[in-house]
Write a protein that binds this ligand. Sequence first.
Ligand code: UTP
Length: 237
Amino acid sequence: MRVVLSLGGSVLAPELDGERVASHAAAVERLVRDGCDVGVVVGGGGVAREYIETGREMGANEVALDRLGIDVTRVNARLLRAGFGEVADPTLAADYETAEAALGRGETVVMGGVTPGQTTDAVAAVLAESVGADLLVYGTGADGVYDADPAADPDATKSDRLSPSELVDRIAPMSRDAGASAPVDLFAAKLIERAGMRTVVLDGTDPDAVADAVLTGEHTGTDVVPEGGAEPSYWAH
Ligand code: UTP
């Protein structure tokens, strides 16, 4: 089974804690030991936002700010790589073709951002499609996709299962509200819809729960299931 795992920066490094980062690396190694090809895409979290805000105060343009963000995601990718032991020494990729080639050689891949104007949510969706992943997993700070912001609306309800077009419909209004934070960004949701990509959105804070979700399909987040899309065959074993 081939899986692309997107780990938000706020999940991997809300503050710098080597044990936390190592436990995420260990969970990826568990997947590799179980026979998965894994590409991990790492976000920038609060540190990226701080750099971007500081650059904005200085008058930098949006592309320059995105590049600051990309650099932070890449630092986080490098940090995650440092947590790996001997099971998988991941290749650090800065572009999709390097990542594809490395996965093609059976290597594990870790990468951050790629190009201005997007986030690592979209990077993960593009990587998943380009390498023919069976599953795309977003380990985020939210525990799934809700019909409203659960922090602001006590009646917000989480969906166990959505189609890709329902995902886009859910995310679109959240992305329009200034300051609201969707669990997956709209561009990524549209890429998932276009590719018909089987996707899981779940709380990424417990690395073992993320690995269990990949290996068994069991989790408490949201499954995004394309019409007629088969379950990853791996789950049947
Ligand atoms: P993130 O993917 O971390 O954005 O990229 P985020 O939505 O703030 O994610 P969380 O909080 O970690 O879940 C950080 C910033 O880096 C730039 C963007 O400015 C983004 O907001 N970036 C990242 C790019 O411009 N291109 C990329 O490919 C990736």
